[in-house]
Design a protein around this ligand. Structure first.
Ligand code: BGC
Length: 382
């Protein structure tokens, strides 16, 4: 294919597949002619009286990331396969109703104030006991009944046309957490096909903070119904074993060549039957410092798509979509999101840290700044 035709084809595929569902053919044609690197906006509904916009960041090679105000969620990531064909590699919904449905398992959302579980929905701080909503059996999960994936984030386009700045201030006492937490999240799509997520936060009272992103990846872009045929590498010699309610026991175990060992890349489906319930654990990353380091590498052999995960955080939750059961509605193109239909790789501190004195601390005090960077880098191999 000639270079120009290739770009036209890529732009066409991108615009048809990407953030323009429901548009008329004429609008699509116009969009094709104007497809270029930058940020575009499209109305996506209304939430609590405020307009929800879907922002699409496109880079010069045609990769595109879409973000919405509701939950600050990633609604779409369109990347090329090893033949240059574009495909959307995250699960999501065609409209806001999809995101708002009961049982939306945090698709693409920003998670906090405390991502992952806090045992028995309680913790003590400076001699005071705090009670959270028990929204996952007896435990607290992903910030409570209305975590940051269910709030309205303000979004501002940044100079350079490749970044969005999202802000949300969580009031003192929201979902039971102490202190007003001011947050800023910057999503950047780089020219090297990296989606960079940079979190910062400040508080006016000591509070536990563990922010993360809950994108559900399936690099086959719809070709494979599950991720069992994806190959995963995680740079982690240890993980935190859990009890029957998925709360860490407090021990840190070696992966030691067993089903939890992903130091040498292996198919996710290879050992999953030996992990009761599937993978839903925190791996202790083998790190050499506190900077941005490679944590994981995911490959879909069929399409050649590769995703590397880099982080500054000490842990990585690998969740193999164990609770997806095909019942979600308003899914993209009406697709059934079945058991193990996608996976999450959530960069984070360890679950239940506020109750586990031996884990790295998640406490943020007034005058300190919470920093966390995560990069999902997309490429291909033959
Ligand atoms: C957790 C799972 C939970 C899922 C909800 C993951 O981060 O580890 O246990 O069911 O989020 O979608």
């Amino acid at each position: 294919m000639k270079k120009n035709n290739f770009f036209l084809f890529a732009a066409l595929a991108l615009q048809l597949a990407a953030c323009n569902n429901g548009d008329t053919v004429k609008e699509k044609e116009t969009a094709i002619l104007t497809a270029k690197a930058g940020i575009t906006e499209k109305p996506f509904g209304t939430f609590e009286g405020k307009p929800v916009i879907e922002y699409a960041i496109t880079n010069a090679s045609g990769m595109q990331v879409c973000i919405i105000n509701y939950g600050g969620a990633i609604s779409r990531i369109t990347t090329p396969d090893n033949k240059g064909e574009m495909g959307d590699v995250v699960l999501g919904f065609d409209n806001l109703d999809g995101f708002l449905q009961k049982g939306n398992p945090y698709f693409g959302g920003l998670i906090g104030r405390y991502g992952n579980r806090i045992a028995k929905a309680t913790f003590s701080l400076d001699g005071k006991q705090y009670t959270l909503a028990a929204n996952n059996g007896v435990n607290a999960l992903h910030g409570g009944n209305k975590g940051y994936d269910k709030v309205y984030w303000n979004i501002e386009k940044q100079a350079g046309d490749s970044s969005l700045k999202l802000t949300y201030t969580s009031p003192d006492g929201e979902e039971g957490y102490p202190g007003t937490l001011k947050m800023e999240v910057i999503y950047t799509l780089t020219s090297a096909n990296e989606l960079k997520i940079e979190y910062t936060a400040n508080t006016d009272k000591a509070t536990p903070v563990n922010l993360t992103s809950h994108a559900y990846f399936n690099l086959s872009a719809g070709a494979d119904s599950t991720i069992l045929g994806h190959e995963l590498m995680m740079k982690a010699a240890q993980y935190t074993p859990v009890d029957s309610t998925l709360i860490p026991t407090g021990k840190i175990d070696a992966v030691a060549g067993g089903p939890m060992d992903f130091n040498t890349p292996k198919l996710i489906g290879r050992d999953i039957a030996n992990v009761p319930g599937g993978y839903d654990h925190n791996w202790v990353l083998s790190r050499s410092g506190s900077g941005l380091e490679l944590a994981a590498r995911l490959v879909h052999p069929g399409s050649g798509r590769v995703m590397e995960v880099y982080t500054t955080e000490p842990g990585l939750q690998f969740y193999s979509g164990n609770f997806l059961d095909g019942t979600l509605t308003n899914t993209k193109g009406g697709k059934k999101y079945v058991w193990h239909g996608a996976l999450c790789l959530e960069t984070q501190h360890f679950p239940d840290s506020p109750n586990q004195p031996s884990f790295p601390s998640t406490l943020l005090k007034p005058g300190e700044t919470y920093h966390h960077t995560c990069v999902y880098k997309f490429s291909t191999q033959q």
